[in-house]
Design a protein around this ligand. Structure first.
Ligand code: ATP
Length: 378
């Protein structure tokens, strides 16, 4: 139908980006479909809407030259092909009309730059100038243009590369990894909201540790979540060592990803030990301790959410509560927990108790079956 509308208007049109990638990957067909017209995307959208049964909702964004049709559970986004150039201080490109090649050149990754023709004569013909299909096969994330330029132009792409690598279990090619490391400081021009969107997607993938390891490797992590980086390392004093809480945290996050799809519980897993860096102490008699790290950690959650401009609402309170209680239910029996506010919190938890149990089970990284049983029973 879109091909028919395009033919009637005498414009060429293509489906491009995520839809094409996921179609070849046989992934769940995405609900949002991007359509590029060589000409006016808005005119094409209007023509398509007039041909669709029922009266589909159409939203026109004149300033952006785009239009969106909501049809059943699909969102069809129409845009005219464009050429982009960038200013050093902003992610916002200078946009002008362009050809399909210009439009493919502005895409972030080869696997996201493939287009399928919609016009009836060549319906379904693949236009893949950068070898995106071969990269899907090789399972690599590669940029169409020189990676240094791609990431410097729009540094959000650094987070997108890591997110796609995590979601698709792909490898980021070496030149890209190096370019991300070189351009890491440019992440500062990306809005916190966009960074958080990518963090949510990494956390919601089946093995979130992949993304956090890549952020660590490319040195983006200390710029975004310095509290996590601070957990890395093992100190030894008088022959006593403590565990590396950074790698431990990543294990816990992967464990929890196996048991729950609750995004906020996954955040809680990621942050459950963040109070350990500032509370670490060595006592001659008892060795390494992280006394009261849960309290310190739950306060750090507040600051971290605020810094990332994440909503300071019930979800944040839930994460705080989970972090506060994350030292397993043992907290209930520990003598030093006399603080009445904490007791109230524990007994107030209600529904949260089940989530807490999930978090605790995710934290049982001991291989010792006797200890495992003890933790579970507690
Ligand atoms: P998902 O829906 O899983 O996020 P997607 O590929 O559809 O995947 P979108 O953010 O919807 O992601 O973007 C649609 C397409 O727009 C991408 O496939 C890519 O071609 C292009 N794109 C999106 N963001 C950028 C960017 N920052 N730089 C270059 N191209 C981008």
């Amino acid at each position: 139908l879109i091909g028919e509308a395009s033919d009637e208007l005498g414009v060429d049109s293509y489906v491009i980006g995520g839809f094409v990638r996921d179609y070849f990957l046989k992934r769940n067909t995405p609900k949002d479909i991007d359509i590029v017209a060589i000409g006016s995307g808005i005119e094409l959208a209007k023509k398509v809407a007039s041909k669709l049964k029922g009266k589909p909702e159409i939203s026109v964004f004149k300033n952006f030259g785009t239009a969106m049709i909501k049809h059943k559970d699909l969102e069809l986004e129409f845009v005219g092909a464009r050429k982009e150039s960038y200013n050093r201080d902003s992610r916002k490109p200078i946009v002008e009309d362009g050809t399909l090649e210009d439009d493919q050149n502005r895409r972030d990754f080869t696997i996201n730059a493939m287009a399928l023709t919609l016009n009836q004569e060549n319906f379904g013909k693949l236009l893949d100038p950068f070898g995106g299909l071969a990269d899907l096969d090789k399972e690599i994330i590669r940029t169409p243009l020189e990676p240094g330029i791609t990431y410097s132009d729009d540094p959000l792409r650094m987070m997108r590369a890591i997110r796609f690598a995590t979601q698709l279990h792909f490898t980021i090619e070496l030149q890209s990894l190096q370019a991300i490391t070189e351009n890491k400081d440019r992440i500062k021009i990306v809005s916190k909201e966009r960074i958080v969107d990518e963090l949510h997607k990494i956390l919601m993938s089946s093995k979130p540790s992949v993304g956090f390891k890549l952020m660590h490797q490319t040195e983006l992590l200390p710029l975004i979540l310095p509290e996590l980086t601070a957990l890395q390392g093992i100190e030894e004093k008088e022959g006593q060592r403590h565990k590396d809480n950074f790698w431990h945290t990543l294990e816990v996050v992967d464990n929890i990803a196996k048991t729950t799809d609750n995004l906020w519980l996954r955040w809680a897993a990621l942050l459950h030990d963040i109070g350990k860096a500032p509370t670490k102490k060595f006592h001659k008699k008892i060795g390494w301790t992280f006394h009261a790290h849960e309290f310190v950690g739950s306060k750090m959650v507040y600051k971290l959410f605020k810094r990332l401009r994440m909503p300071l609402n019930e979800k944040m309170k839930f994460v705080q509560k989970m972090v506060l209680m994350s030292s397993r239910p043992i907290i209930l029996s520990e003598d030093h927990v006399t603080d009445s506010a904490v007791r109230r919190l524990v007994f107030d938890a209600g529904d949260a108790v089940e989530d807490l149990m999930t978090l605790c089970e995710a934290d049982i990284t001991t291989k010792n079956p006797r200890k495992q049983k003890k933790y579970k029973n507690n």
